[in-house]
Design a protein around this ligand. Structure first.
Ligand code: MG
Length: 327
């Protein structure tokens, strides 16, 4: 039972932020979610998804990736999508973050006047080679001109770092290794570093230890975001650890969009609904309309032809679609 308002009872937890503390939910469903979907979602559906998520109050909605279409055909329409969004949303579309894997991607983003980009690095050698087609050290050489040129153009840069808690080929990843990679991205000019648990193996103590290791290296929590996957059911426990450690930006994907490409699990990205329910219960402000996000996920589930893996998204799904998605 969700109660008449579809919201949990607000009961702060000692040791966690006071009720007035605000958290930024960084929505990645349209990019990180859709790039991991097996099918290609039509441009009009993507545009409506992004618009509905903005209307729900999400403060940051990452829109797409200017990766080569051969690598990620799901996002081959990146330029057309951003043009369409600029038509419908106006100048606001320029501030939606877009991923740029290299200088060519940055060129495409700059041509469209985008003002917020992200680069995507790996904490491990193997994942760099498999996902970026270059070595661990080479990736920083690839990012350097991207970040430099973006900053020179007045464009904000976020740095993603994947495999921060474990790597499917290399196993556990040492804290020092993650810190070393993250510091390099920040020193290149990224304003924020999103630490990704790409295979979802991290647990709460590991999260606190990693944030502490960054603090020891002079990187404060204000520069960090956490990007959890629910592969092993640990995402919200890890968010709680991140909150305790002082992190105030968490990535999430509407409806838990995007499975896990490296594990036989339906659950990949932490679902935005699960995160919002958790934050609402703690009385942590986020400014997002949970019901509107849940309605959006139910609408998208109909388009994808399968239910959301998110428990909260399914529990909150509007009645009209529950018969479809609980089948
Ligand atoms: Mg992810």
């Amino acid at each position: 039972m969700t109660g008449p308002t579809g919201l949990p009872m607000r009961v702060p937890l000692p040791g966690l932020p006071a009720p007035t503390t605000r958290v930024t939910v960084y929505e990645v469903g349209a990019r990180d979610g859709l790039q991991n979907e097996s099918g290609v979602v039509p441009l009009a559906v993507k545009a409506e998804l992004i618009t509905r998520l903005l209307d729900a109050g999400l403060p940051v909605v990452e829109a797409t990736s200017f990766v080569h279409p051969r690598w990620v055909p799901q996002l081959a329409d990146a330029a057309d999508l951003m043009t369409s969004l600029a038509d419908s949303l106006g100048d606001r579309a320029r501030d939606l973050p877009v991923l740029v894997p290299n200088e060519r991607g940055l060129d495409r983003a700059l041509e469209l006047g985008q003002r917020h980009v992200a680069v995507f690095g790996s904490a491990t050698e193997t994942f760099a080679r498999r996902n970026l087609n270059c070595g661990y050290d080479e990736q920083f050489a690839m990012f350097a001109p991207v970040v430099e040129r973006a900053l020179a153009a007045g464009v904000r840069v976020r740095g993603y770092l994947s495999m921060c808690f474990g790597d499917p080929w290399e196993g556990p990843v040492a804290l020092e290794r993650v810190v070393a990679a993250g510091v390099r991205l920040l020193e290149q000019g990224a304003e924020q570093l999103s630490l990704g648990d790409t295979i979802g193996v991290g647990t709460a103590g590991h999260v606190e230890a990693l944030v502490a290791a960054f603090d020891d290296a002079g990187v404060g929590v204000d520069r960090l975001a956490l990007h959890f996957h629910d592969t092993y059911g640990q995402a919200l426990s890890n968010v709680q650890a991140g909150l305790r450690a002082g992190v105030r930006t968490f990535d999430a994907s509407a409806g838990g969009l995007g499975g896990c490409p490296y594990a036989r699990s339906a659950t990949g990205n932490l679902a935005t609904e699960d995160l919002l329910w958790f934050l609402d219960g703690l009385g942590v402000e986020h400014g997002v309309d949970l019901a509107a996000v849940a309605a959006t996920s139910a609408w998208l589930a109909d388009h994808l032809g399968r239910p959301s893996p998110s428990a909260a998204a399914r529990a909150l799904a509007p009645q009209a679609t529950t018969t479809t998605i609980q089948g």
